[in-house]
Design a protein. Structure first.
Length: 304
């Protein structure tokens, strides 16, 4: 990255939110004078303290994540795994009316770019943020491999390097539970969204606790962070108080392992796949309200 691009114009200093001056190998804040590196064309716009404590542990863990699976999934996985993730993404946007002529979108805790790829395929111009440089490098490689555009940015979800109300859609998928303070991430999403937000997280529900007890879900992830389950009603209240109209706040059931196993392969066989998809849709139509997943979508009520 050697000059500003239309997406990079949305970026500001994460410490003081002043404008940035772009150079060949660094970005300099015009306000506080902070200097941020550009590594392999990726701006590293996280405050210095984000490299310490649990945040530093998180970044280091995801720097070393298994690269091939992370940057390719769901490509090359069994049919059921691909269908479940596509269904999860469909649910995450289906209540929003977004600009027909294209939109800007930012993913929070964007990992290795799977969500950025989904959004780019939906027509968005995407910034993918993650606290891990390794994750952002995988996002960059994913985009080159699969032919979509994205701007990866190393950033702290609790101090996003975006202007107020600058990004049309701010999006998170299974990311807030990585944070020491999910509430800080939510506040930043609400601050930086111009039109809409989409939050997709594990729900605080009986089904989630049961899944944890029988080994289908964990309270702690391998990186050491506690999985903070979201209370749908409390989240909706916070979002509404920030000036958004909640257009969807829905639980649904969906269980899959991070890496698909034998069950996913079996249920992907041609004779079983349609039956499996139909059964899951039927269950959610009847009892999805007690499910383990949450999607909350909201639009700013004074958007212009």
């Amino acid at each position: 990255m050697r000059a500003e691009t239309p997406l990079s114009e949305l970026l500001v200093c994460p410490a003081c939110r002043h404008d940035l001056e772009w150079e060949a190998e660094a970005v300099r804040c015009k306000g506080c004078g902070a200097v941020y590196e550009i590594l392999e064309r990726i701006p590293v716009l996280r405050p210095a303290e984000s490299a310490e404590g649990q945040k530093g542990v998180q970044a280091a863990y995801f720097d070393e994540a298994e690269p091939e699976f992370e940057l390719t999934r769901p490509h090359g996985t069994p049919w059921l795994y691909q269908w479940l993730l596509a269904e999860k993404f469909r649910r995450s946007l289906d209540a929003l009316t977004l600009p027909a002529g294209g939109m800007t979108a930012a993913t929070i805790c964007g990992g290795s770019g799977m969500d950025a790829e989904f959004l780019a395929r939906a027509g968005a111009s995407v910034i993918s943020t993650d606290i891990s440089l390794g994750a952002c490098q995988r996002t960059q490689e994913r985009a080159e491999r699969y032919g979509f555009d994205v701007l990866p940015v190393v950033a702290d979800a609790g101090a996003l390097p975006f202007r107020d109300r600058s990004v049309d859609l701010v999006y998170v998928h299974d990311g807030l539970h990585h944070l020491e303070s999910p509430e800080a991430g939510i506040r930043e999403m609400l601050r930086t969204s111009r039109l809409a937000i989409s939050i997709n997280e594990p729900a605080r529900a009986g089904a989630t606790m049961l899944a944890a007890r029988v080994g289908l879900s964990e309270h702690y992830e391998e990186a050491g962070n506690f999985i903070a389950r979201v209370d749908p009603e409390a989240l909706a209240a916070d979002v509404s108080a920030a000036g958004f109209d909640v257009v969807k706040n829905e639980r649904y059931a969906m269980v899959y392992r991070h890496e698909p196993g034998r069950a996913a392969r079996v249920l992907s066989l041609p004779g079983l796949r349609n039956l499996t998809a139909t059964a899951l849709r039927a269950f959610n139509a009847v009892a999805g309200g007690i499910g383990n997943k949450l999607t909350l979508q909201a639009v700013r009520n004074d958007a212009s």
